[in-house]
Design a protein. Structure first.
Ligand code: FRU
Length: 442
């Protein structure tokens, strides 16, 4: 059976279930994207770190397993974490998860590599400070002139999401400094925090999670960010909490600074509930989930922008460029980019892809993305208020799509699964647009 869902520019595991991107770094000439991986099965019962590497951010190789749950500190899973390069050694920080007599224990652990191929777990570890429950995980590390910094996603003993802050002077011994940030916004648990400075602003990324939902076995969570300042080891937001992505499938993003000085981000391209995951058609081919494309983050005029990677844009082969109000095609390629710009703000647009499987509508200053579910067969929608629409760029892979709105002011990510090759596209705009359609090189 041919695999119609196999993506070309979204990283997918060779087999098994992939979730969060971990340990993003550049080391000895290669980009490293580690990831949460169950290489044995299509469920979440086992977690190790798998690894993709690349020299150019375009061609990736899966290197198999990197960190296994093989010590008493991490027997129930090597959970998410990050990387830092220090004195030409790669340091990986992760959460060792173990369940002893049914109760959870989380330790923040470290592994070191000199060659980027073998990873030596170190004996030191951090135990959870008194004020948190054992939902304490996903260490993110950075360094500056004051030393090394670590934030860890957590839950306070009275049940709120919180982020813990640690410091180190030698990248080995860590001292707990207190709560970096907590608020009701963080619901009942804060997963996968990230912090960085960009274009003169400080950003905190976090995934607030609601855990005790009565009727649903699924945990509800989403990925968000704040802008703010650090004072006395605490983060003070200057903005409201904002969603990172306004589509259906985006979670657990992580960023790092690449050698070109760019803040690059990958995320897990899934927010599927358990029914959607169970019905996901790639299971027939032995794997589940993918990562988003890498995005470059920028802050422009006080706003966060997410931009598609230059390298990917440069790999486009331009096929068609036209001025039109209408664009119809029966055969949209699986690796394509549609680019639309309007010289003045648009009053409406309707875009239907793949026999109405995915639609996008802009009207009355609202952008509405709809997707027919492969699980309950219903149409689900995501709506965002948007004062004006001046540019839309859509990256279409075989079963993943990312929509960059107004040059990255907002992004909507989603998976879609077509039973047959119905790759039609129908775009109707209220105003003349510059439209270009290109294919991406594989
Ligand atoms: C987020 C997450 C992390 C955890 C990992 C386990 O998706 O729940 O908090 O470390 O996945 O796979």
């Amino acid at each position: 059976m041919e695999n119609l869902y196999k993506n070309h520019f979204h990283l997918e595991p060779p087999r098994g279930l992939l979730n969060d991107p971990n340990g993003l770094t550049y080391f000895q000439g290669n980009y490293y994207v580690f990831h949460q991986w169950n290489r044995f099965d299509l469920n979440h019962n086992y977690k190790e770190w798998g690894l993709f590497t690349s020299k150019d951010l375009l061609r990736w190789k899966h290197q198999g397993s990197a960190l296994l749950p093989d010590s008493d500190k991490d027997l129930s899973g090597v959970y998410s974490g990050s990387a830092i390069v220090n004195e030409d050694k790669m340091h990986l920080f992760y959460t060792g998860n173990s369940k002893i007599d049914g109760s959870r224990r989380s330790l923040q652990c470290q592994a070191i590599s000199e060659d980027g191929k073998t990873f030596q777990k170190s004996n030191s570890f951090i135990i959870t400070p008194e004020e948190f429950t054992e939902h304490h995980r996903d260490p993110k590390i950075w360094s500056d002139q004051n030393g090394y910094h670590m934030i860890v996603g957590s839950q306070t003993k009275n049940g709120y999401g919180a982020i813990a802050y640690y410091q180190s002077i030698d990248c080995k011994e860590w001292d707990y400094q207190g709560i970096f940030y907590t608020s009701e916004d963080l619901e009942q648990m804060a997963e996968c925090p990230d912090y960085f400075e960009l274009d003169g602003e400080s950003l905190l990324l976090v995934c607030p999670q609601q855990r005790d939902l009565e009727s649903d076995t699924d945990i509800s969570s989403y990925s968000a960010y704040y802008m703010g300042d650090i004072r006395d080891n605490e983060f003070y937001p200057t903005s409201e909490i904002q969603p990172m992505d306004d589509g259906f499938d985006f979670y657990a993003p992580q960023t790092f600074l690449d050698p070109k000085g760019r803040r690059l981000m990958w995320a897990w391209m899934s927010r599927m509930n358990s029914k959607e995951e169970a019905a996901c058609p790639t299971k027939d081919f032995g794997y589940l989930h993918c990562l988003t494309m890498p995005r470059e983050l920028r802050v422009i005029d006080g706003k966060l922008y997410q931009l598609p990677l230059q390298e990917i844009l440069q790999s486009r082969k331009k096929i068609e460029s036209l001025e039109t109000v209408l664009y119809e095609s029966e055969e949209l390629a699986t690796q394509s980019v549609i680019d639309m710009t309007w010289s003045k703000s648009l009053s409406s647009i309707e875009l239907a892809l793949f026999d109405q499987n995915v639609t996008l509508e802009y009207k009355h200053q609202k952008l509405i993305l709809s997707r027919k579910s492969w699980s309950d067969k219903q149409v689900h929608t995501k709506t965002i208020p948007l004062k004006e629409l001046t540019a839309l760029q859509i990256f279409i892979d075989s079963s993943a799509m990312e929509l960059f709105i107004n040059k990255g002011e907002r992004v909507m990510s989603l998976r879609y699964f077509l039973q047959q090759e119905k790759r039609s596209c129908d775009i109707r705009a209220s105003h003349q647009m510059n439209l270009s359609y290109s294919k991406l090189e594989s």
